[in-house]
Design a protein around this ligand. Structure first.
Ligand SMILES: NC(=O)c1ccc[n+]([C@@H]2O[C@H](COP(=O)([O-])OP(=O)(O)OC[C@H]3O[C@@H](n4cnc5c(N)ncnc54)[C@H](OP(=O)(O)O)[C@@H]3O)[C@@H](O)[C@H]2O)c1
Length: 307
């Protein structure tokens, strides 16, 4: 399979929300969905960066229907307020791309709600956002939810006794947990959608190694991690953000993508290349753990899915 953006079917008449759409993979996803005719909500926390992204999309596609809606995923009250504004304006939603994320802050950080930053922003906020938007998704046309995971999920474990890394914070292990949680959530949502007849296709994607702001925003440009990446990884085993966004665009739009699917690049250990079905770690298929994570997330966020 050598799938490209030319294979995206028309998205005319569809409403899409992309979180973290002001830059990186989220921006490329919003750009392509808008170019294919979808009405796109750029969900971003920074008004200047979000506004600039909307302007760039309109420059590329002057007829695009695209707008900024502010969303700070570190605050569950903001997630709820965002969903309320969306529901006040739209009856239905056809695509939700849970893309935003932060990777490996060197020191443990907590959100204003008290969650470890990566667990809170990458996973819990997207769990809550999806739950808030479920009624709109259920009324959507062939609705899809796409969660961003990562190759890092392979090394992840869900630390049920310390989800917020109060003990022995490890930037990589905490990131891996959050990305494993995103994959388990995608699969569990698909199972529950099938069982409950919600009609929502839920799947997941990862970009391999894409050159975005993720390292600069996390470990920092001067970190050992960044230097190692610049020397050994980026020159040989990375791709630009547009190429990195293909798996999530495939998951969001391709008629060949399936519920419960996981998509990533096809070459060099899934680091680069056109999208294909990606490898799933054994722990991501643990249905008992996924059910437990779902229930814990409802308790932690105070937001539940029906039945
Ligand atoms: N790049 C890779 O190689 C790679 C590999 C595996 C997985 N991923 C995943 O891909 C996704 C996109 O990452 P990227 O590579 O495109 O990184 P990026 O360029 O750093 O973009 C991350 C986006 O998330 C947003 N964000 C961070 N914290 C937020 C918050 N509290 N509220 C709202 N938005 C927030 C950022 O907003 P600001 O601009 O305001 O900070 C930005 O729009 C992430 O989930 C990441 O884990 C990336």
């Amino acid at each position: 399979m050598s799938w490209t953006t030319k294979d995206i079917p028309t998205q005319a008449g569809r409403l899409a929300i992309v979180t973290g759409a002001n830059t990186g993979l989220g921006y490329e996803t919003a750009l392509e969905l808008a170019g294919a005719g979808a009405e796109v909500v750029v969900a971003a926390r920074n008004p200047d960066k979000g506004g600039a992204a909307v302007a760039r999309i309109l420059t590329a596609h002057p007829a695009a229907k695209v707008r900024l809606e502010l969303l700070d995923l570190s605050r569950l009250s903001d997630v709820a307020a965002f969903a309320e504004r969306i529901a006040a304006r739209h009856d239905t939603l056809d695509q939700l791309v849970n893309n935003a994320g932060v990777m490996m802050p060197p020191k443990r950080q907590v959100t204003p709600d008290g969650f470890e930053l990566q667990f809170g922003v990458n996973y819990l906020a997207h769990y809550a956002l999806t739950a808030h938007l479920l009624p709109l998704l259920r009324r959507g046309t062939a609705p899809r939810v796409v969660n961003l995971s990562s190759g890092a999920h392979h090394t992840g474990q869900i630390r049920f006794d310390d989800l917020d890394w109060r003990r022995g914070y490890s930037p990589w292990a905490a990131y891996s947990q959050s990305k494993l949680a995103m994959l388990m959530f995608a699969f569990e949502l698909d199972r529950r959608s099938r069982a409950g007849g919600w009609g929502i296709m839920s799947n997941a994607a990862h970009p391999g190694f894409a050159r975005t702001e993720l390292i600069a925003n996390g470990p920092g440009d001067h970190s050992v991690f960044a230097r190692l990446n610049r020397t050994f990884m980026q020159p040989w085993m990375s791709q630009d953000a547009a190429q990195g966004a293909l798996p999530q665009l495939f998951a969001a739009t391709s008629p060949d993508a399936v519920g419960g699917g996981y998509y990533g690049p096809s070459r060099l250990f899934e680091l680069v290349g056109p999208p294909k079905v990606a490898r799933v770690a054994k722990q991501a298929m643990d249905q008992a753990a996924a059910k437990k994570l779902w229930e814990v997330s409802a308790t932690l966020t105070g937001v539940s899915f029906p039945g």
